[in-house]
Write a protein of this length. Structure first.
Length: 369
């Protein structure tokens, strides 16, 4: 048995889809670092281009009649090679989808909080896992085009802010528009040279993908999409925050055995309080985030607005741009500070329970960040 035959036999094994799936996830987990790293974004862009080529190839081969032996012999060597590798296109598509969805799950998980923005992350994770079982359906053009529309929008959502150095509704809508253009171009290339196929069939192929982009635009205005490329690296509540050189010294109360504790919770009522956060932003991205303070007197009451403090941040620092807001005193109850973008999406959240504290000596600790 020749080496090529052995490879072809191995690729037909039933466990190979899982191998391709895990290989894509493992590779991205080990290699992806920063969301603004040029090499990472170029790799994802190559994945998108290859995936688009394979979808066009799969679509064109699917709508054109299979050539007989005489016709195959008359074809160019390149076309004959394409026909030979056709059975392996679903595996390659599955690998690329696995790589893209795993990368997006990594990047979006850094920006998603336990709020509505986690919904989109959950969709990406479901697609990441579900990709393992899509092999038999990856010849369905409508499904392929819809998945391609999703991965394009997911890419442009963080790639454009990194390249432009700005975030917001206009940048997101620009990414949505580019995703529509790329998706329609893929559909056009599939049906370009086949006059027997009607324009109606092309429309039916592209409509689900365009509708999906429209749905995700709706998700954006519902604040269901994480505010990538921003992510909160750290946050906590402290008695005092002082800057010393290139470090911030964070003072909080901690018992000797609470070695895991890096913030004070609960916090004593009617005392000065600092909320300290570190928000990562890409290089060249300067924007404004807000410390939005909320309060409720007890768990049966809804949170209400207490204060909203703007903070200008600059990108580039690995550990995030460090800043804090200050309140003179807090009433007893549940408090939270949502770190929000200008359009109201939540980057991260710091929660604290404020209560009257009994008499006991304070064991203050200092954390350098």
């Amino acid at each position: 048995m020749s080496p090529l035959t052995k490879v072809q036999s191995l690729l037909t094994k039933p466990f190979m889809p899982a191998v391709f799936f895990l290989s894509g996830v493992t590779y991205d987990t080990l290699t992806l670092t920063r969301i603004d790293r040029l090499q990472d974004n170029l790799l994802l862009l190559i994945y998108l281009l290859l995936l688009g080529v394979l979808i066009v190839l799969t679509g064109r081969l699917g709508i054109e009649p299979a050539p007989d032996r005489e016709q195959v012999a008359a074809l160019s060597p390149c076309v004959r090679w394409v026909l030979r590798v056709r059975p392996y296109c679903p595996m390659a598509i599955q690998f690329l989808l696995g790589g893209l969805f795993s990368a997006y799950a990594i990047f979006y998980s850094r920006s998603a909080s336990l709020t509505r923005t986690g919904i989109f992350l959950g969709i990406l994770v479901l697609l990441l896992v579900g990709n393992e079982f899509l092999r038999d359906r990856l010849s369905n053009l409508r499904l392929l085009v819809s998945l391609y529309a999703l991965v394009c929008l997911s890419f442009f959502t963080f790639f454009l802010p990194v390249m432009i150095g700005a975030i917001g509704t206009r940048v997101f809508l620009l990414g949505a528009g580019l995703s529509v253009v790329v998706t329609l171009r893929v559909v056009h290339l599939i049906y370009k040279n086949n006059q027997e196929r009607s324009a109606r069939e092309a429309v039916l192929t592209g409509t689900p993908g365009i509708a999906l982009i429209g749905l995700l635009v709706g998700f954006y205005f519902l604040n269901w999409i994480p505010p990538v490329p921003l992510s909160m690296k750290f946050g906590g509540i402290y008695h005092e925050v002082q800057r010393q050189g290139d470090q911030f010294l964070l003072t909080y109360d901690r018992n000797w055995y609470e070695v895991w504790k890096r913030s004070e919770n609960p916090f004593p009522a009617n005392e000065p309080v600092y909320c300290f956060t570190a928000v990562f932003a890409p290089v060249a991205l300067d924007t404004t985030v807000y410390h939005h303070w909320y309060f409720r007197p007890n768990s049966s009451s809804p949170f209400i607005h207490a204060d909203k403090i703007p903070i200008k941040i600059s990108g580039g620092r690995e550990g995030g741009y460090r800043a804090y807001s200050f309140k003179q005193r807090l009433e007893p109850g549940d408090w939270r500070v949502d770190v929000e973008t200008e359009d109201g999406r939540v980057v991260g959240r710091v929660s604290v329970r404020v209560a009257e504290r009994g008499e006991r000596p304070a064991a203050f600790r200092t954390l350098a960040y």
